[in-house]
Design a protein around this ligand. Structure first.
Ligand code: ADP
Ligand code: ADP
Length: 225
């Protein structure tokens, strides 16, 4: 569980400023969705929280820790991408446990945490398959499983459903919502899909041209002219 706090966060690429000193407080266990047109800075903002981009100014705190200079693996977060890069030659079980193995966790702990994540995501029957033997939705679930296994304080999602077909997207939305209710964790989720934002968010953050334009519940943001 972790809160996330952005204090006048700026991002410049060379001389071009693309994020203009944004302020945002995300409570622990809150599900926040960043929306806005392509190029408005959603992905850059998420990547700065993740530590995948340096920040040009301001402060980012995760669970009260100033993370400006911390690498991604020390930020107590897990990120789920749209291209759920699974290891093709490994089984689902091995894919889920790989991060913990690299972190040198004891084998019995790995088994326990992998089984827990598999149970939460309904992957128990698929553990011995390889990614090639899974559907797109199942692969996305394994990608989320890999994030859950690490038991992070927060999950960051960058358009995780954009490579799925329409039917699967609807199904995965429901899964992600249920997951948040079960795992009780902070989520920051980037999408350009308003329906996705409506369904998932406790709070929606509307970005435009590198600013935060509006913050509110889905009702406040989408049901007012
Ligand atoms: P969004 O996720 O809302 O589509 P991005 O955060 O990807 O927007 O991009 C915000 C702006 O920053 C865009 O104008 C984009 O072209 C620019 N940008 C993103 N990454 C880079 C980069 N590595 N170098 C230069 N400009 C970038
Ligand atoms: P997304 O829509 O998910 O942000 P993009 O296709 O915009 O993805 O960007 C893909 C990659 O290219 C990202 O790593 C981003 O930082 C980089 N990028 C985006 N815009 C620019 C740009 N104007 N100059 C250099 N790199 C960029």
């Amino acid at each position: 569980m972790a809160s996330i706090n952005l204090n006048t966060v700026v991002k410049r690429y060379g001389k071009t400023e693309v994020v203009h000193g944004i302020n945002l407080d995300i409570a622990h266990n809150e599900f926040v969705v960043l929306v806005g047109p392509s190029g408005c800075g959603k992905s850059t903002t998420l990547r700065m929280i993740a530590g995948l981009e340096d920040i040009s100014g301001g402060e980012i705190r995760i669970g009260d820790v100033l993370v400006n200079d911390l690498p991604p693996r020390k930020r107590n977060i897990s990120m789920v991408f749209q291209n759920y890069a699974l290891y093709p030659h490994m089984s689902v079980r091995e894919n889920l446990g790989f991060g913990l193995k690299i972190a040198k966790r004891p084998p019995d702990e790995i088994v326990r945490r992998v089984d827990e994540a598999a149970d939460i995501l309904g992957l128990t029957e698929l553990m011995e398959r390889t990614p090639a033997e899974l559907s797109g939705g199942q692969r996305q679930r394994v990608a989320m499983g890999r994030a859950i296994v690490r038991q992070p304080g927060a999950f960051l999602f960058d358009e995780p459903l954009s490579n799925l077909d329409a039917k699967l997207r609807v199904q995965m939305r429901t899964e992600i919502k249920k997951l948040h209710q079960k795992v009780k964790t902070t989520v920051v989720y980037v999408t350009h899909d308003q329906v996705e934002a409506m369904t998932l968010a406790d709070r929606i953050v509307v970005m435009k041209d590198g600013h935060i334009e509006q913050v509110g519940t889905p009702m406040e943001v989408f049901n007012h002219p």
